[in-house]
Design a protein around this ligand. Structure first.
Ligand code: PLP
Length: 429
């Protein structure tokens, strides 16, 4: 893609992608009376203006009805989570009965691993990407210890080649084959949180299954960012959070997917709670667990309605713009536009910025990770002072995530101007 780094080019692109832009439906944070340039939708998505309305609706039911909000009213709480099934399933490419919103992400990874990480004999290893998100590393380590295995030996990693920062699919597949019949589980972030690399999930899933392993995904940085086909790709299980690209409130509710080929397997163990019990007889409150014949069997507790209400507001917006598929069209161009501006400014100002995120749009979502080895921290602080909210990772990486729902091409152009000024005021060394 060829771009012009001008305001009019940016505005023309904003016009072209107007249908995928809902900026006016979000609260944009301000600093010093000016809207910021918000690049941290990969950390906490912005507040949809409709979230308050949906939360207040539930507050008012609670106020007026107390416990009677659970049953026999419009949008009764008992079924509230079911309203979110379809939009969630559309986001991840699943059947409606393969997804449910519940708990939080790390908790869900543990619960899903209770079902799907079943080390047996020499088949015990967990394979994950190097430098996976810390919580995922702790999950893999503690699950290994929990099963009496030594985490140092049991958790192994896909490593980039010497001198490279991202992974090659052929190397990942070779690693899976190498571990072979010792491999119990591939646990992969769909998009790596640090580099922004989007893995070839389908190819990894196939390779994992060929050696007899289970394939599970952490989609925290993928859901709402890239279209997915979890069912078709034959993924065994997945979990994600909703507060990043899904804009569903800080610490908001997580979502899970379990492929329906597993739903009715009586040999599959599960940690259970009353909300996973067969719905039609749940309130007989009998001993002996009878699971729902679908994803709901993994539910444990009755649902946190206020979190679901915030989630609903955001999911509705995804549906209105034509889903993540439609957003992805804008996202590819928006990120490429930002990339071209950064590279142009870097070159013209003779200030080295290496983008470590893959340059191929098929191998990334919206995020770009910038390696800034020359006064990087100082550059970041200057950008911050100018009204850019980005993310700094020690020792030398700035992550920027232009989110198609609320970021504009004009934001990218303005950012380019700020970047140039910030570089120009760095002390010369
Ligand atoms: C954001 C993120 C988490 C956070 O986990 P919580 O349980 O929601 O705190 C975990 N894993 C990955 C890959 C993430 O990006």
């Amino acid at each position: 893609m060829e771009f012009q780094n001008t305001l009019s080019a940016a505005q023309a692109l904003d016009h072209q992608f107007a249908a995928q832009t809902r900026r006016e439906d979000f609260f944009m944070p301000q600093k010093n009376g000016k809207e910021v340039i918000y690049f941290t939708g990969n950390s906490l998505g912005l507040q949809p203006k409709s979230a308050r309305k949906y939360i207040e609706l539930e507050m008012s039911k609670w106020e007026k009805r107390g416990v009677e909000g659970h049953f026999n009213i419009h949008e009764q709480w008992y079924d509230y989570h079911k309203m979110l099934r379809k939009p969630l399933a559309d986001l991840v490419g699943a059947d409606a009965l393969e997804v449910v919103a519940m708990n939080t992400l790390t908790v869900n990874l543990h619960l899903l691993m209770a079902s799907f990480f079943r080390p047996e004999g020499k088949r015990s290893k967990i394979l994950m990407e190097a430098a996976a998100f810390p919580s995922d590393q702790y999950v893999a380590e503690s699950q290994s210890s929990f099963h009496g295995l030594n985490p140092q030996e049991n958790v192994i990693e896909f490593l980039p080649r010497e001198g490279e920062l991202t992974l090659r699919t052929e190397d990942m597949i070779a690693k899976i084959k190498e571990v072979g019949d010792e491999l119990a589980l591939v646990l992969l972030g769909g998009v790596n949180y640090y580099t922004g690399q989007f893995f070839d999930i389908e190819a990894i899933s196939k390779a994992g299954h060929e050696v007899g392993a289970v394939v599970g995904l952490d989609l925290a940085h993928t859901v709402g960012n890239l279209p997915l086909k979890l069912h078709e790709w034959d993924i065994d299980f997945a979990a994600w959070c909703s507060y990043k690209y899904l804009n569903s409130s800080p610490g908001g509710i997580s979502g899970i997917f379990v492929h329906n080929k597993h739903h009715q397997n009586p040999a599959l163990p599960r940690l259970t709670g009353w909300w996973g019990y067969e719905e039609s007889t749940r309130f007989k409150m009998k001993k002996g667990f009878v699971p729902e014949p679908n994803i709901d069997a993994w539910q444990m507790s009755n649902a946190p309605i206020l979190l679901l209400a915030a989630h609903r507001a955001s999911l509705e917006m995804f549906e209105e713009v034509g889903g993540v598929q439609a957003l992805r069209k804008k996202s590819k161009v928006l990120t490429a536009f930002l990339e071209s501006i950064i590279l142009e400014v870097s070159q013209e100002e003779d200030y080295p910025i290496q983008i470590i995120t893959p340059s191929d749009p098929e191998e990334r979502g919206c995020q770009l990770s910038l390696l800034v080895r020359q006064q990087g921290r100082s550059l970041f602080e200057k950008l911050e002072a100018a009204g850019v909210i980005g993310d700094w990772r020690e020792p030398d990486v700035i992550r920027l995530a232009p989110v198609p729902l609320y970021n504009t091409f004009e934001d990218m152009f303005n950012f380019g101007q700020m970047l140039r000024e910030a570089i120009q005021t760095l002390s010369k060394v």
